[in-house]
Ligand binder design. Structure first.
Ligand code: IPM
Ligand code: MN
Length: 349
């Protein structure tokens, strides 16, 4: 019996989570596994009413679950940064979800903004470190507000944190069994402390994986290759900040935020799955947002739980809908409403 904690969150989060849950119900009946869900209101509304972000007791409660399914965090009436750090990043950090896994896969060339790129050209996975780097929140102001003010933001990289991320990426690449190529994406030519550690660790761990071909690309060049030669990539491993940036570009070349899903993974603990598009306030409550990203996140959750057949069925169903029904993957232009797309996926299952 799986226990799924559901955090619908803000904006369009609840709408897309609903569709993902419909899909979960369908596959659980078809593939005969049992689950229960509990909804948690860790979101902007609760914060505005009570001042609560994520309390320690909330974290302790979440530790009892098999996985977390999250809609979106971000509220137009709350200053940017408060909910993101107080809820989303706090979840990632306190549950030690040290991997952010972001598949970049194009399902149909008509949704790709790149000329002449086909589904076989855009099919890679970014393994983003999810617990350290610039996201650690270390730094200080000196002479705040004065003319000679200095703001320092530190990228914090531990050997342990870097190594566990790199090891995960090698293992993932081996298991994926595609080109068996792992690219380290960094900035060794400028960030000579952090990326020295990353490069050394990468080279050392690589010796244990003779079946994996290794490569290195600077992050700026990586953005160029994403556009020019995305077919060069199989698995990419990078730090938290670079991973954040390149996966938004990744989402665009796979067809947009409407289809991009991610997993925040603690291989030994509780992982959390989310569409990466955010709360999209301007589409909230209109039944126009694309739920496929959330449905794909549900598929990733099933895979992590070990339910490989249902996970594959969900992905196949999404591919079929994308290829046969949708006019666009963007909110309001799909030719169907949010709930209709959920229904189409369910019907196809
Ligand atoms: C993401 C988001 C978050 C991040 C924000 C909302 C804190 O952009 O999941 O990529 O920067 O990690
Ligand atoms: Mn991001």
């Amino acid at each position: 019996m799986y226990k799924i904690a559901v955090i619908p969150g803000d904006g369009t989060g609840p709408e897309v989570v609903n569709e993902g849950l419909k899909v979960l119900k369908t596959v659980s009946e078809k593939y005969k596994f049992e689950y229960e869900t509990k909804i948690f209101n860790f979101d902007g509304e609760r914060y505005l009413k009570t001042g609560k972000l994520l309390e320690n007791e909330d974290i302790e409660e979440l530790k009892k679950y098999s996985a977390i399914y999250l809609g979106a965090i971000g509220h137009p009436d709350v200053k940017p940064g408060i909910l993101e750090t107080g809820i989303l990043l706090k979840l990632r950090f306190s549950l030690d979800q040290y991997i952010n896994l972001r598949p970049v896969k194009l399902y149909n060339e008509k949704f790709c903004p790149l000329k002449d790129k086909k589904p076989q050209d855009i099919d890679f996975v970014v393994v983003r470190e999810n617990s350290e780097g610039l996201y650690k929140g270390l730094g200080e102001f000196k002479n705040k507000g004065a003319k000679d003010e200095v703001a320092i933001q530190t990228s914090y990289n531990t050997r342990k944190g870097v190594e566990r991320c790199i090891r995960y990426a090698f293992e993932y690449c081996r298991k994926r069994n595609k080109a068996k190529k792992l690219t380290l994406c960094g900035k060794t030519n400028v960030l000579t402390y952090a990326w020295d550690l990353w490069q050394r660790t990468f080279n050392e761990v690589a010796k244990e994986y003779p079946d994996i071909t290794t490569d290195y690309a600077h992050v700026d060049a990586t953005t160029m290759w994403f556009v020019k030669n995305p077919e060069w990539f199989d698995v990419i491993v990078t730090d938290n900040m670079f991973g954040d940036i390149i996966t938004d570009l990744g989402a665009m070349i796979q067809g947009g935020m409407g289809i991009a899903a991610g997993g925040n993974i603690n291989p030994q603990g509780v992982s959390m799955f989310e569409p990466i598009g955010g709360s999209a306030p301007k589409y909230t409550g209109k039944n126009v947002i694309n739920p496929l990203a959330a449905i794909c996140a549900m598929g990733m959750m099933l895979e992590l739980l070990g339910e490989e057949k249902p996970a594959k069925a969900v992905e196949d169903s999404v591919i079929k809908i994308v290829n046969t029904k949708l006019k666009s993957l963007s909110a309001g232009k799909m030719g169907y409403s949010t709930s209709e797309i959920g229904d189409l996926v369910v019907k196809n299952l």
